[in-house]
Design a protein around this ligand. Structure first.
Ligand code: HAM
Length: 421
């Protein structure tokens, strides 16, 4: 019989890998909480209409990439391709959106039926932050500073912040006309994808990676030249705040993003270490989304980061991956040692919360248990045999150095472990 495999583009995270995920998630949470963002937990499935109305009917995500299905009541549902739309829906539904400024964050799997490749999965994980009710550029700056602090906490260096302003929706609409006129005059030079986008989403042509189009794109009218005066002011205020806080950025007038809900600020943090999938985090302002979903106009901005890409970047930057190995491996030979060893280990866990102690299970003599202790990656073996039980002691054997093994009493053990930690 054919062996069943995970769905293409969807990956298992095995126990050997979860510690680095947990470490990453913890680091992100510490920073988000320090800026007073509060966690919101959202359903993975939403009504399809939510995404069509927010991300935009002309976008690749809605057109080609959503996992959409009819449930048993014939309701059209979609596995969320991103978190912003669901977050707005939830805050609106529960009346939080008008309850003064809100700062929330979320995490979890997102689903897009894209062509899987290095750094691009069909199920991938995001951590996102969204802020509501704040119009000024301060919140745009704060969101970017949160990201910068996250990179600092993770030891990520050498990434670029790309920044642009899309202006108001009205300004973008006028620009769209200008761009379509320009590109239509050069229709013969466009590739198949761009010809399709000329009708559906012409701004995305600016984002094309096709080298043959770069000359044409360079000659296109600049979006920044046609943004409205208020948006230009907002953008200048954001840049002042970033400058004052030492955040470096590159203005990229071609940065348009693949989701339609943005206006004014858009940004992307990119690396050149991950090949084509270099965006590790992206976001911007979306002042009209609440209205599109059925609420009253509410300014909003946010970002989301791709956890797989951040982990890949950490790995290729040589940042130390957490092995998730135990620090202590308790060797117990004989029934009496198992009995007293279990009680001892429970007392140690009471005394030292979070102690990475692995108990040998499954019997065997000293030699075979030492082998397993060694393989576990632990730094010390805590040894209990008949002698130790009789004398109420434990033998501590360093496994990674040539240091001598030594005995301590069971009462002294917790203090000794704390010293070793
Ligand atoms: P996005 O640019 O579509 O924006 O995704 C944000 C990040 O998710 C990307 O920069 C990337 O790191 C990661 N990502 C996206 N697609 C994949 C994939 N197929 N495989 C692996 N990683 C991926 C949004 O989703 C917006 N909701 C961001 C936002 C929040 N804007 C305002 N608030």
């Amino acid at each position: 019989m054919e062996k069943l495999q995970a769905v293409r583009g969807m990956h298992d995270t095995l126990p050997g890998e979860t510690p680095k995920w947990q470490l990453l998630e913890d680091a992100l949470q510490v920073v988000l909480h320090s800026y007073c963002y509060r966690e919101i937990r959202l359903p993975i499935i939403e009504k399809t209409e939510l995404f069509a109305r927010s991300i935009g009917a002309g976008t690749d995500i809605v057109n080609k990439e959503m996992y959409t299905f009819q449930d048993r009541n014939d309701e059209l549902l979609t596995l969320r391709p991103e978190g912003t739309a669901g977050c707005v829906r939830a805050l609106l539904q529960h009346g939080l959106i008008y309850a003064g400024p809100q700062r929330v964050w979320y995490q979890g799997p997102m689903f897009r039926h894209e062509r899987p490749q290095q750094g691009r999965q069909r199920q991938f994980y995001q951590v996102g932050a969204e802020a509501f009710g704040m119009e000024g550029a301060e919140i745009d700056a704060e969101l970017i500073l949160v990201c910068a602090r996250i990179w600092g906490a993770l030891g990520i260096e050498g990434i670029t912040l790309q920044l642009n302003s899309l202006g108001s929706h009205r300004a973008r609409h006028s620009y769209r006309k200008l761009l379509v006129d320009y590109l239509s005059a050069h229709r013969g030079e466009l590739d198949e994808d761009s010809i399709r986008r000329l009708e559906t989403n012409p701004l995305r042509i600016l984002d094309s990676k096709n080298p043959a189009l770069q000359g044409l794109i360079d000659g296109a009218p600049s979006l920044l030249d046609s943004i409205d005066a208020e948006s230009a002011e907002h953008f200048a205020a954001l840049q002042d705040l970033l400058d004052a806080n030492g955040v470096e950025y590159k203005i990229n007038p071609r940065l348009v993003r693949g989701l339609d809900y943005y206006n004014r600020t858009v940004f992307e943090w990119t690396t050149d270490k991950l090949g084509a999938q270099g965006a590790i985090c992206a976001g911007g302002r979306y002042d009209d989304l609440v209205t599109q979903i059925g609420g009253r106009a509410t300014p909003a901005a946010g970002f989301a980061m791709g956890l797989e890409r951040i982990l890949a970047l950490l790995e290729c930057s040589g940042a130390e991956a957490v092995a998730g190995a135990p620090r202590f491996y308790q060797v117990m030979v004989g029934a009496d040692a198992v009995n007293s060893g279990f009680r001892l280990a429970e007392r140690l866990r009471d005394d030292i919360p979070g102690l990475p102690l692995l108990l040998h299970c499954g019997g065997g003599g000293f030699k075979s248990q030492f082998k397993k202790a060694d393989k576990s990656g632990a730094e010390y073996a805590l040894i209990l045999g008949a002698d130790e039980v009789a004398s109420n002691t434990v033998l501590i054997k360093p496994l990674r150095t040539d240091a001598e093994q030594y005995k301590v009493t069971q009462e002294q053990l917790a203090a000794e472990i704390k010293r070793l930690l």
